[in-house]
Design a protein around this ligand. Structure first.
Ligand SMILES: Nc1ncnc2c1ncn2[C@@H]1O[C@H](COP(=O)(O)OP(=O)(O)O)[C@@H](O)[C@H]1O
Ligand SMILES: O=C(CO)[C@@H](O)[C@@H](O)COP(=O)(O)O
Length: 559
């Protein structure tokens, strides 16, 4: 008997979680009692990521990454009914829906939530679209935001490890003001996609505490002041009061009831609980059962987010933020990350996978990643003679600089694709170790590492992370960690659990210590890591500004 058949006769309450990722949305139907995942479905965004041109062919400069908001609604229309059907669950059994989103993924809308890119005459204007989290073209604005905050000793700056990212709400909004003032002035609300989708579901705009804190610089109940914003750019002075401020909803809180329109899209019942929005990485921590201080969850997919709660509030260099209750109520939530991980492996597969390898992989029934991984798996540590920097999508922690780029040292005429691939896997592990060390040297202990996300299927990568970090690695017990986490928050919003910790105890899943560090390999990796840190500091901390010079040259030439 499959899960669907089982539940067709079982009236137990269920919740739906929807995870809005970089390329697709995934819905999962979850049983409230024990977190059993009864059915799931995925819907790819029709426009994926717009990084070269708009749908009408208007070209985009380098470092842009946009999305089309109607693609998100299509996920509600397609993935949710398909997940329900796969689960064999009747709509009346579903008592709540929760969502999570990539972040900071942010869009300009009118006061009623209409996206500007849907207005007549604006479909050819890049700044009218959603700016995806990995839109990195606001680095110049981010640099000014950081420099001015440092100069004025703004109290919120240390909460972000001393640097504000170009990925976040203020840098992206300032870019709109400075590059397309008309779009800026027509923007009535500058809204996280995480909140926009909840707005679409329940008709109420509630700003979630997670993105407000991590991406919107809301600390101790206040945003950056008007005087600070005015000093950045006089036209930006009223950004907070005019376009950003909104009542804050706590994670797991009730945003409203499902509207008739959204009930028709999803096939769910009108009026069921719609949970306050949340972020993909942050919802995954309770899904992996990580509700104790010091349990770090790394959500490894196209990028990696490291999230951890702690009872200590310390300044950790290059944090994406420390937010009170930012992951779990009552604890300080820390977020760090790497902007490119699976994306870097994907880039190499697209550009460095020869036809002869593709033929061999096809004959063996492997995809390109599986083939390169299998070829690289037999190597001893250091055998390929390579060391790489994992900055193909910039550096999010601890340097917080998206104008940095990738490096590969040690290439020879005998270097093979699997050597480069393995060096890239290792580089991302060194990036994670750099982040863990930043926590520990700042007085925030990291006890345990639990991995979630699509990359946990790569056993070689997991073993490399255990060896490089010298930590046992656990893995989440779900292929849909974020969607499960979103569903768990929905169960809290629907009143089935008193808080997310209680939901995590019944619904969260992880297998602890699946990968153990090997002392010999760990020692060999220490030597390579020392080389990584040399390159990291040399290219990343000002000794050699070549990466920035190359960016400028590229910008001049493309202009
Ligand atoms: N076997 C593999 N080993 C390493 N990387 C992989 C493998 N298969 C896919 N990838 C990479 O994983 C990423 C997708 O991860 P996933 O978790 O599915 O997506 P997302 O981050 O959007 O949720 C892609 O960037 C792809 O290049
Ligand atoms: O930055 C965050 C969360 O703060 C993520 O949404 C972002 O890295 C995107 O994550 P994915 O790689 O799509 O899983």
């Amino acid at each position: 008997m499959n899960a669907g058949q089982e539940t067709a006769t079982n009236p137990e309450p269920c919740v739906v979680g929807v995870d809005f990722g970089t390329l697709s949305g995934r819905a999962v139907v979850v049983r409230v009692r024990d977190g059993a995942e009864l059915g799931t479905a995925e819907h790819a965004y029709r426009h994926a990521v717009l990084d070269r041109e708009l749908p009408d062919g208007t070209g985009l400069p380098p470092d842009w990454a946009l999305q089309v908001p109607s693609d998100y609604v299509d996920v509600l229309r397609h993935a949710v009914p398909a997940a329900l059907a796969a689960a064999g669950v009747r709509p009346e059994q579903v008592i709540g829906i929760g969502t999570d989103f990539t972040a900071c993924t942010v869009l300009p809308v009118l006061a009623d939530g209409t996206p500007l890119c849907e207005l007549p005459g604006l479909s050819g204007r890049p700044h009218a679209y959603v700016k995806l989290w990995r839109h990195h073209a606001a680095q110049a604005q981010a640099d000014r935001i950081t420099a001015l905050a440092a100069e004025r000793k703004e109290s919120w700056l240390p909460r972000y490890g001393g640097k504000i990212s170009s990925e976040w709400e203020f840098a992206k909004a300032l870019q709109v003001l400075e590059e397309d003032p008309e779009i800026y002035h027509r923007t009535e609300r500058w809204v996280e996609a995480a909140d926009w989708i909840v707005w679409r579901l329940c008709g109420t705009y509630v700003r979630n505490a997670c993105t407000a804190g991590y991406k919107g610089q809301l600390q101790d109940g206040a945003y950056p002041s008007r005087a600070y914003l005015e000093a950045l750019n006089p036209g930006f002075a009223d950004f907070v009061t005019e376009k950003l401020e909104q009542p804050i909803g706590q994670l797991g809180g009730l945003a409203g009831g499902l509207t008739a329109e959204a009930a028709a899209w999803t096939g769910l019942s009108e009026g069921i609980a719609v949970c306050v929005g949340n972020v993909d990485a942050h919802v995954t921590a309770p899904a992996a059962g990580a509700v104790e201080p010091g349990q770090m969850v790394a959500i490894m997919g196209t990028s990696t987010c490291h999230v951890m709660s702690s009872d200590r509030n310390e300044t950790v260099p290059g944090m994406c933020g420390v937010v009170d209750g930012g992951i779990l109520p009552g604890l300080w939530g820390y977020e760090a990350g790497q902007s490119g991980v699976g994306d870097i492996f994907g880039w190499f597969v697209r550009t460095g996978f020869p036809a002869s390898y593709a033929e061999e992989a096809a004959a063996l029934g492997r995809d390109a990643h599986e083939h390169l991984t299998a070829l690289a798996a037999g190597q001893r540590v250091g055998e390929h003679g390579l060391i790489a920097l994992d900055w193909h999508s910039g550096n999010r922690s601890v340097l917080v600089d998206h104008d940095l780029s990738g490096v590969m040292v040690g290439l020879t005429l005998s270097t093979r694709p699997e050597d480069v691939y393995r060096a890239l896997l290792e580089a991302t592990a060194f990036g994670t170790r750099t982040i863990i060390e930043a926590f520990e040297t700042s007085g925030v202990p990291v006890g345990e590492l639990i991995i979630a996300g699509g990359l946990m299927k790569n056993a070689l990568l997991m073993q490399i992370y255990a060896d490089v970090t010298r930590r046992p690695l656990g893995v989440i017990g779900s292929a849909q960690g974020p969607a499960l986490g979103a569903a768990m928050h929905a169960a809290v919003a629907a009143g089935e659990y008193s808080d997310i910790q209680a939901a995590a105890r019944s619904m969260g899943k992880a297998d602890r210590g699946v990968y153990q560090p090997d002392p010999e390999r760990a020692a060999a990796y220490d030597r390579l890591y020392a080389e990584y840190r040399l390159l990291h500091d040399y290219f990343g901390r000002g000794a050699n500004e070549v990466m920035h010079r190359l960016r400028r040259l590229r910008a001049e030439v493309s202009a």
